[in-house]
Design a protein around this ligand. Structure first.
Ligand code: GDP
Length: 308
């Protein structure tokens, strides 16, 4: 991820090395290069526009200071702006004052929600929490089985409807095998009764944004009043990321974003657009298929990685 963007930006900065004070024309040329690099990385157009306008304005008004030469100053400005569009501060999970903390996952099918449920559960368990996973994705019979497999790998219990009804089937079907809102509600009640301090509710996704499913997610949210709604997005989906994120923001709202498949070789535009466009922080990154391929997202570290 970001390899090409990273190469393009660093070569742009290389051209400035050893230069004295930068003229307006130099700055404009640099900003044009940055704009092209961001657009080629699939960063959303409004984000690119805002980003480059801000870099240009700050570069033009930058004081010539003793500490940084002009090239370093431009790198610093770009770094600051990258941290800004990635959300600024690292945002930790908001835990409920009175347990259980309810975390709901939303996103398209294949985004990585079920995998993320296992990763988050494992990470929380290692921090001393006692998570319960709730299988409220009843759109595909296999989804419940998948969550149970992930729960077993993480060593955490799962609350699922009709156990035994759903195993051994790979069938993809649109037939509901239960009431997802009821399952979510019962799952949270079970967590309360059994004193789990965190509940992670997995919900159904579709290949595309779908009104029925969006309503179902909104109904689940209303039934369990989550402390966090995490929108999981596949960083590989490129240009579609922004429209998808906007649809989920309008449909269910969410408190944070999880970028999945950051280990892939996508151009990274999704990662660089979603936080700014939705105004919601990126909280975690998923970086592989193993449950340990998971990290807290730090905007400053990601910016440094891109500009390294
Ligand atoms: P869901 O439909 O949103 O629940 O998505 P899944 O969790 O089932 O993930 C869909 C596919 O993507 C599975 O094959 C996962 O193993 C894979 N996957 C999930 N997260 C990652 C990730 O961070 N990196 C990679 N490379 N694959 C992932």
């Amino acid at each position: 991820m970001f390899n090409s963007l990273s190469d393009r930006l660093t070569s742009t900065f290389k051209n400035l090395r050893g230069r004295g004070r930068l003229s307006e024309a130099d700055i404009d040329a640099t900003v044009r290069e940055i704009r092209r690099a961001l657009l080629d990385a699939d960063v959303a157009v409004p984000v690119v526009r805002e980003f480059t306008a801000s870099v240009r304005e700050r570069a033009l008004s930058a004081e010539v200071s003793g500490a940084l030469n002009p090239a370093q100053q431009v790198v610093k400005i770009v770094n600051d702006e990258l941290v800004g569009i990635l959300g600024g501060e690292t945002r930790a999970l908001q835990l409920a004052k009175t347990p259980p903390t309810v975390i709901m996952l939303a996103g398209l099918q294949g985004a990585g929600k079920t995998t993320l449920a296992g990763k988050l559960a494992l990470a929380l368990k290692e921090q001393g929490h006692t998570p319960l996973l709730v299988a409220a994705d009843l759109q595909r019979p296999n989804a419940v089985t998948q969550l149970s497999v992930v729960a077993e790998r993480a060593g955490v219990p799962v609350f699922a409807p009709h156990p035994g009804n759903t195993s051994g089937s790979d069938a993809e079907t649109d037939t509901l095998i239960g009431d997802p809102v009821g399952v979510a509600r019962d799952g949270v009640a079970e967590a309360r009764a059994k004193q789990h301090d965190v509940v992670i509710v997995d919900t159904a996704g579709r290949l595309g944004v779908d009104q029925v499913l969006m309503q179902q997610a909104a109904d689940i949210r209303d039934a369990v009043t989550p402390d966090e709604v995490l929108f999981v997005i596949d960083a590989m989906i490129g240009q579609d990321a922004v429209a998808t994120a906007q649809a989920f923001l309008d449909g269910v709202d969410f408190t944070g974003v999880v970028l999945s498949k950051l280990d892939g070789d996508a151009r990274g535009g999704a990662a660089l657009s979603v936080a700014r466009v939705t105004g919601r922080p990126i909280m975690f990154a998923s970086t592989g298929e193993k449950l340990t391929d998971f990290e807290v997202f730090h905007p400053d570290r990601m910016a440094s990685r891109i500009l390294d």
